[in-house]
Design a binder for this molecule. Structure first.
Ligand code: C2E
Ligand code: MG
Ligand code: MG
Ligand code: MG
Length: 281
């Protein structure tokens, strides 16, 4: 069998790879080194309340590549996912977010950090145990963090995912359903899983306030969330008209380029005033 495997392998490598496949392989190898050499950084984008005060900072992963410059997640997350490296990347992101949350708390910034999970993270045996161990190692109170989970993570989710989310929530980590409205069964997920809030996908926000369709959908989502006791963040708020509509309709939290772009932590500390503790929701 070993011999067969060897022969197959040879056959695979002797066939010339297409140019795209070769670029992909190259990228995958560079990402492997990037993980080992710690070339990843986190930028942070604020979620603000209706007064424009920051409540939560979403951690957004960037790759500071020596040869490519600052690379955005759209270009490398799919490769991390396909290669399985995402599991290691998520651990790094979560640990880094714990450290940052503690540093900010110590400096008097009342800021919670939101971490994005990949659907692939749920394929590992004990995601909840892994994250809770990191929290404990970094001595970070769980309510300084929250988790953003996209609907695609819940597609075909079985009891295992159910248990994972229940343990994370029981440990005190708030759970937010990311890109709300873009999945196949958004409402089912809300009924089935213990979410604390939703993030309205920016495609719905983009049509505000001129598209009747977007107006109806966003109002409907806000009303439903209020009845269910769910927190709501609107994503991709990029101008004052959108912001005004959302505030007027009682959306408690807003995020987007209108308020700020994702920034390195040093810029956050420079630009945002320290909050008195206790102001955080
Ligand atoms: P997401 O979690 O939905 O994050 C929001 C994305 O929208 C971010 O892009 C953000 O920079 C961008 N954005 C924010 N405000 C605006 C706006 O007003 N207009 C527009 N056009 N865009 C806005 P980014 O940083 O490129 O991240 C893209 C996606 O990559 C994220 O979508 C998330 O799914 C994924 N991602 C980022 N960091 C991580 C991570 O640490 N782990 C995992 N698993 N995924 C991540
Ligand atoms: Mg997110
Ligand atoms: Mg999102
Ligand atoms: Mg999104």
């Amino acid at each position: 069998a070993a011999k067969d495997a060897g022969r197959n392998r040879l056959a695979v490598y002797s066939r010339p790879l297409g140019e795209a496949a070769e670029r992909r392989l190259q990228l995958e190898q560079e990402l492997r080194r990037a993980l080992d050499r710690q070339e990843f950084v986190l930028h942070y984008q604020a979620q603000v309340d209706d007064q424009g005060r920051p409540q939560v900072m979403e951690a957004l992963l960037r790759w500071q590549s020596p040869s490519r410059g600052l690379v955005l997640p759209g270009e490398f997350i799919p490769v991390l996912e396909d290669s399985g490296m995402i599991i290691e990347a998520t651990r790094w992101v979560f640990r880094e977010a714990c450290r940052q949350a503690r540093r900010w708390a110590e400096q008097g910034h009342a800021l919670r950090i939101a971490v994005n999970l990949s659907p692939l993270d749920f394929r590992q045996a004990d995601l909840a145990g892994t994250l809770l161990a990191i929290l404990a190692e970094e001595q970070t109170p769980p309510d300084l963090l929250e988790l953003e989970i996209t609907e695609s993570a819940l597609l075909d989710a079985g009891e295992e995912v159910q248990r994972t989310l229940a343990s994370l929530k029981a440990a005190g980590l708030p759970l937010l359903l990311d890109d709300f409205g873009t999945g196949y069964a958004s409402l089912t997920y809300l009924q089935q899983f213990p979410f604390d809030g939703i993030k309205i996908d920016r495609q719905f926000v983009a049509g505000l306030p001129d598209s009747e369709h977007s107006v109806a959908l966003v109002r409907g989502i806000l009303t439903m969330a209020r009845h269910l006791g769910l927190h709501v963040v609107a994503e991709g708020v990029s101008n004052e008209r959108q912001a005004a509509f959302l505030r007027f309709n009682g959306c408690p939290s807003l995020q987007g380029y209108h308020y700020c772009r994702p920034q390195p932590p040093a810029d956050i500390e420079r630009d945002w005033p320290r909050e008195v503790p206790g102001r955080r929701r």
